[in-house]
Design a binder for this molecule. Structure first.
Ligand code: NAD
Ligand code: UDX
Length: 480
């Protein structure tokens, strides 16, 4: 029986390993983590992450060939293939702070693997890492190996949160990079055989190590670049009376461009896009490619601009101040169908509104009050360090309340900001919400999920991303 061990029971390690175990009953998969809280949750009825379809997959194979454990050294020692899916956050201090990937967790994982291994291993980079990381990992493993043979593979993960299980069941592609030597190619084949249990062969791409590592950063940069492109257009649409939905529909009909990932929004969030582009920028700078670095930096700049543009719009249209006004925030997660708040645009929007002394009342169907208070109290980039997985005292920000109902959040509010595209926000009783709000009642739809015309008929003043402005606002150029 092939034995797999995965270091890191997070958003990637957990679902990815659960699907491997589900699809390969003859393989034993053990997921290990330094966080006891996380492992206990994986072994309980309440999994540590919310992901549609995940519960069923885990329940199907947990205790059969899928195990979650904190006994890291034992399971690493016994494994044939070790996936490393630990955090690779942005460095917060020292060389490359604010851009470079912090490989502390990866390095300590590699040293531990070298320490406890007594047989040959295939070590798989599942985390997103800078190109050439495998070379550094090889050095650590080889110089501590006591004669054991390690093969390093790059097998980046392309799942998106909220659709992780369907992405893993039917991936567009699986990418495996390895050394182009006999031993390297043999290791690539061994990993390919695992995925071949359910992924068609023509979807399993094999490359050299550096291409695989760089392809992951490139894919995320291309995806984020599309969103910044459409968001940049949304600003121009608002200025000219064009409608960003109509523009992106027309543009996406070109089969060379395609229709996906062209939804204008309040900005992209999530643990990957910003981190990985900053990492790419840093690598370009280290290689003396200043123009290339500047090109990709712009994707982040437009994203920051989109978030601050949204805050400015809220404040300026509400008579240039939200001080003392209740603002309802509907949605805090970085996208629908996840409880994940890492780098969610809601953090910057809420901080912006708090900066103008707004009183905010937040409702999200999947995010707890603790999490929200912690996010609003945290410094940039601090969220991705495992210490912060442990409970922390709340921010004590009195201007923020978190409630479990959209109607409570909006009661007596002056404005509503929709920041996550949860389906339930489309079908709320907006007449009831309007009746309970202060007048004039504003809606700022950061995800273009509501029917703005219907809301205007009710009496709301509506601002959508990239859409012609509400007539009432247009007549007040001094304020917008
Ligand atoms: P996560 O924070 O959810 O999980 C990482 C886990 O690793 C944590 O539970 C942490 O306790 C654990 N860990 C840290 N050091 C460890 C060690 N030495 N031994 C054992 N466990 C350790 O992060 P994630 O979202 O799963 O991301 C992991 C990697 O995958 C990152 O490099 C990320 O960029 C990449 N990635 C993430 C996504 C995504 O959608 N979240 C998608 C593709 C790739
Ligand atoms: C992303 C990549 O899609 C995935 O391949 C990679 O493995 C990890 O990073 P994820 O961050 O989970 O996945 O979600 P994604 O669907 O890409 O959304 C990221 C952000 O972009 C979200 O905030 C989302 O709301 C936003 N977005 C997405 C838009 O604003 N407009 C779009 O058209 C699409």
């Amino acid at each position: 029986m092939v034995k797999i061990c995965c270091l890191g029971a997070g958003y990637v390690g957990g679902p990815t390993m659960a699907v491997i175990a589900y699809k390969c009953p003859a393989i034993e998969v053990v997921v290990v983590d330094i966080s006891i809280v996380r492992i206990n949750a994986w072994n309980s009825e309440q999994l540590p992450i919310y992901e549609p379809g995940l519960d069923d997959v885990v329940k199907n194979c947990r205790g059969r060939n899928l195990f979650f454990s904190t006994d890291i050294e034992k399971h690493v020692g016994e494994a044939d293939i070790i996936f490393v899916s630990v955090n690779t956050p942005t460095k917060t201090r020292g060389l490359g702070a604010g851009k470079a990937a912090d490989l502390t967790y990866w390095e300590s994982a590699a040293r531990m693997i070298a320490d406890v291994s007594k047989s040959d291993k295939i070590v798989v980079e599942k985390s997103t890492v800078p190109v050439k990381t495998a070379e550094a990992i090889e050095k650590i493993l080889m110089h501590n190996s006591k004669g054991i043979n390690f093969q390093i593979l790059s097998n980046p993960e392309f799942l998106a949160e909220g659709t992780a299980i369907q992405d893993l069941f039917a991936p567009d592609r699986v990418l495996i990079g390895g050394r182009q030597t006999t031993a390297g190619l043999k290791a690539v084949k061994a990993l390919k055989d695992v995925y071949a249990h359910w992924v068609p062969e023509d979807r399993i791409i094999t490359t050299n190590l550096w291409s695989a590592e760089l392809s992951k950063l490139a894919a995320n940069a291309f995806l984020a670049q599309r969103i910044s492109s459409v968001n940049a257009m949304s600003a121009l649409c608002e200025a000219t009376g064009a409608d960003v939905y109509e523009v992106s529909y027309a543009v996406g009909k070109d089969s060379r461009i395609g229709p996906k990932f062209l939804n204008a929004s309040v900005g992209f969030g999530g643990s990957c896009f910003q981190k990985d582009i900053l990492n790419l920028v840093y690598i370009c700078e280290c290689n003396g490619l200043t123009e290339v670095a500047n090109y990709w930096k712009q994707v982040i700049k437009i994203n920051d601009y989109q978030k601050s543009r949204f805050v400015n719009r809220v404040v300026s249209s509400m008579f240039n101040t939200v001080s003392g006004k209740k603002i309802a925030v509907l949605g805090f997660a970085f996208k629908k169908d996840t409880g994940d708040t890492r780098e969610t645009p809601a953090i910057d929007i809420c901080k912006g509104l708090l900066g103008d002394k707004g009183q905010i009342s937040i409702y999200d169907p999947q995010v707890t009050e603790d999490q929200i208070q912690r996010d609003l109290a945290m410094n940039k980039f601090d969220w991705d360090h495992p210490l912060h997985l442990q409970p922390m005292s709340p921010s004590g920000v009195k201007q923020v309340s978190v409630v479990w109902d959209a109607y409570e959040a909006t009661r007596d509010a002056h404005g509503v900001c929709i920041l996550t595209e949860w389906d339930e926000f489309k079908t709320l009783d907006y007449k009831r919400i309007y009746d309970d709000m202060q007048k004039p009642a504003f809606v700022f739809d950061g995800r273009n999920v509501v029917d703005a015309d219907k809301l205007r008929e009710i009496g709301f003043i509506v601002y959508s991303i990239g859409k012609p402005l509400d007539g009432w606002l247009k007549d007040m150029p001094a304020l917008v």
